[in-house]
Design a protein around this ligand. Structure first.
Ligand code: GLC
Length: 743
């Protein structure tokens, strides 16, 4: 016989959580969370902290839970699944949770929607190349609309890791080397995924990953040791996470790596002191795949039980796939090694997000097979992917205005191992993207030219193989053509997770193929398809033009053809530095000056004696078919106090023969500080459209907040002194001026 108080509590619970009670009239979410928590057994509480994957072996577009998992759901022992999607599949599991389990707590379904679900958008580093937060927000919005129609209410994105080492394969998943650009992109994606109402059926919870410092892996080797000063950690790697937490991100994912000896999954300083005490984050943290279990090989846990103890006490709320919580939390609670209060706090955070998602009000609102059919791969989705792709393309070289190609060109040879690929343009982490939906570069050019031009195609070689037997036909095609479009780069699985490379050269014999094509004397337009900066020195010397296209997703070919033939004037800018040699890495624009800055006239300075020390292409670099001229940099004052703001203006003129967009970039340099400061720091950027001959005055405002850094005592302050201001088209070509900050 249930005690009287339990009956009353159950009644209150159902009153508060019943779906016909509008959330607005119901008590606050916190009270609803407390009501549920008060009814939960310890076992049910532990169940909320457990996440299991679907069974990929089913190989279909909708995965099944593994054997025995449905029973655990009915017993309230699982709180979440990942890699299970499909309106019907998720509905079936949700039904078990909310109809068979004792307390009917809904499941939350997570999935890696990194750049699309079924409609594949450009990879994140490509989207970052647009320098258009509004466009990136739109991309995330469309991705959320599509995947939420398939039962998913949580994506493990945006990846917010700053990457300064292109050997690291996951550079493709992020927004590059700069914390300000990275923060803008992370915030845009959080807004896009979560929208204005997280309880809507087409918004999903974002997940900032990988918290934190993952991109700082030594040697660019994935999962490797990370060890840098707290100042660098906070100013570079944490800055975008803080911005995205402030933008309301619902969840974070702990990273695999250690930071200075402490793995993130057991890092109380990171997961509790910084994230919760300092930043006041009230969502939940999920581990990365088995990252709790990996505390054992890290050498901080002797077994899975100790790993569970360290993780939960550090503030890691949900266990992805390690079984540590499901197996050991009961014992740890009984032994007092984990407190009931700690357990309750983690459960509360997860219930809070489930309430905010509206899952208690309507657990099935994401499981609508009709909406799924209408939404997936819709024309609107594909058109959005096409729009984003055209804006992500970076023009790296255009000798004598070789591009755009004349639409009357009679014979075009499209050559290269990626020219007709429909799988590689999907890029890594393409989720349910399907090569059969992709427009290849070759197809895109054919779509553009129709029968007006003769299109010759030869693969020439494979991406990574050593065979050169395809060279002959490729050379023949080049000889017959007026121009060669050479599509080279990396396969989709040469970047992404666990895909570090020790070189940055074009793989295989692709450069050899380019050299043979070059001997024919026909002009080469190189189209790069890659997940990281590549050391393409030879192409930079010999190609007439070079487009950086990354992996552009479902409409790759059409977007590239739009740019090749001038229907779109490329406007992308690099979010990462391209080194000339892998030996220069790590190489990034916002570096320190050192006591012996490089001076070509002085041997005893910081440089490489054997090669040129400049980058191949600097951070923020990207050309246009038109010419933008910067002039008349003006500062509102040469001296400001900490309470004043500084207005900066510059005239930008479109001096060429095409309308176009330009990313105007604002950098500063703090010349003297209580600690050393970078030689440049991006502080703001504006992407503007200028018609031919049009001039615009672009204005920025700097405040004291923009000048702050962690000083000698690790206080986040600005310091009086001289500053330089740089405004320009990339991190190297700028007009400059200076001002003084006084107390
Ligand atoms: C992976 C990745 C992470 C991803 C997770 C779930 O190992 O590190 O980015 O979200 O597992 O697939």
């Amino acid at each position: 016989m249930k005690s009287k108080s339990t009956v009353i509590l159950l009644f209150i619970f159902f009153l508060l959580t019943s779906k016909n009670l509008s959330p607005q009239s119901a008590k606050t979410i916190e009270q609803r969370v407390d009501s549920v928590l008060a009814l939960m057994t310890q076992e049910e509480k532990i169940g909320q902290l457990v996440q299991f994957t679907g069974d990929w072996d089913t190989g279909t577009h909708s995965t099944e839970p593994k054997a025995g998992k449905r029973e655990l759901v009915s017993e309230g022992k699982i709180g979440s699944f990942l890699n299970i999607f499909g309106a019907d599949m998720t509905r079936g599991l949700q039904k078990i949770a909310v109809e068979k389990s004792r307390l009917k707590i809904p499941l939350i379904f997570g999935l890696d929607v990194i750049h699309g679900f079924r409609t594949t958008f450009p990879v994140p580093i490509a989207e970052a190349s647009s320098w258009e937060p509004a466009l990136v927000e739109k991309s995330a919005r469309m991705q959320a609309i599509e995947v939420s129609a398939s039962g998913i209410n949580w994506t493990f994105n945006p990846m917010v890791d700053i990457a300064r080492d292109p050997r690291w394969g996951r550079i493709v998943e992020g927004s590059g080397e700069d914390p300000v650009l990275g923060a803008a992109m992370a915030v845009a994606r959080v807004k896009g995924y979560q929208g204005n109402d997280l309880s809507a059926n087409n918004t999903i919870a974002a997940c900032l990953k990988h918290f934190a410092g993952y991109g700082g892996a030594e040697g660019g080797r994935d999962y490797n040791t990370v060890d840098f000063s707290e100042r660098t950690f906070r100013e570079v790697y944490l800055k975008p996470f803080k911005a995205a937490v402030d933008a309301g991100a619902a969840t974070l994912m702990a990273s695999f790596n250690e930071i200075g000896g402490v793995p993130s999954s057991a890092n109380h300083q990171l997961l509790t002191k910084i994230l919760r005490d300092e930043w006041k984050f009230d969502g939940f943290v999920v581990s990365d795949w088995n990252s709790i279990g990996e505390l054992i090989p890290h050498g901080v846990a002797r077994d899975l039980k100790q790993a569970a103890e360290l993780a939960l006490n550090a503030g890691l709320d949900m266990d992805m796939e390690s079984n540590a919580y499901t197996k050991h939390l009961s014992e740890l609670l009984a032994e007092g090694k984990v407190s009931g209060k700690t357990l309750d706090e983690s459960v509360r955070r997860i219930l809070r997000i489930k309430f905010r998602l509206g899952l208690f009000d309507d657990p099935f609102k994401y499981c609508d097979a009709e909406r799924e059919k209408k939404t997936i791969l819709s024309k609107e989705m594909k058109d959005a992917a096409h729009e984003v792709a055209t804006k992500a393309i970076v023009l790296l070289k255009n000798e004598n205005g070789f591009l755009p190609l004349n639409k009357e060109t009679k014979k075009i040879a499209v050559i290269g191992p990626l020219a007709n690929s429909t799988a590689d343009p999907l890029g890594p982490w393409n989720q349910q993207g399907d090569a059969k939906d992709v427009v290849s570069v070759l197809q895109g050019i054919k779509n553009k030219c129709g029968d007006k031009a003769k299109i010759l195609y030869e693969e020439g070689c494979s991406i990574a193989g050593k065979e050169t037997d395809g060279f002959g036909k490729a050379i023949q095609a080049a000889k017959e053509a007026d121009v060669v479009v050479l599509v080279v780069g990396e396969s989709l699985d040469m970047s992404g997770e666990a895909r570090a490379r020790a070189t940055l050269d074009l793989p295989g014999v692709q450069e050899e193929l380019a050299k043979e094509i070059y001997k024919t004397g026909k002009p080469i337009v190189a189209v790069l398809m890659n997940g990281r900066p590549l050391t393409i020195n030879w192409l930079n010397e010999h190609a007439a033009a070079i487009l950086e296209t990354w992996f552009l997703g479902i409409r790759t070919g059409d977007a590239i053809a739009d740019v090749l033939f001038g229907d779109v004037n490329p406007s992308g800018k690099l979010p990462v530095t391209f080194p000339k040699y892998v030996g220069q890495v790590p190489m990034y624009y916002n570096h320190k000056n050192t006591g012996r800055p490089y001076d070509p006239k002085n041997n005893y300075t910081s440089y490489y004696a054997d090669y040129d020390n400049s980058p191949l292409y600097p951070f923020g670099y990207g050309l246009s078919y038109t010419k933008f001229v910067y002039d008349d940099l003006k500062l509102s004052s040469k001296k400001i106090s900490k309470t004043e703001s500084l207005k900066i203006s510059i005239e930008v003129k479109n001096n060429g023969s095409y309308d176009g967009e330009e990313v105007v970039q604002l950098y500063i340099r703090d010349l003297v500080g209580s600690v050393t400061r970078p030689v440049k720091e991006l502080k703001s950027f504006q992407k503007i459209f200028l018609k031919k001959d049009e001039t615009k005055k672009v204005e920025f405002t700097l405040t004291d907040e923009d000048l702050k850094f962690y000083n000698l005592d690790m206080n986040f302050v600005s310091e009086p002194g001289m500053f330089k201001v740089f405004v320009g088209t990339n991190s190297v070509e700028c007009l400059e001026d200076e001002f003084e900050l006084i107390n």
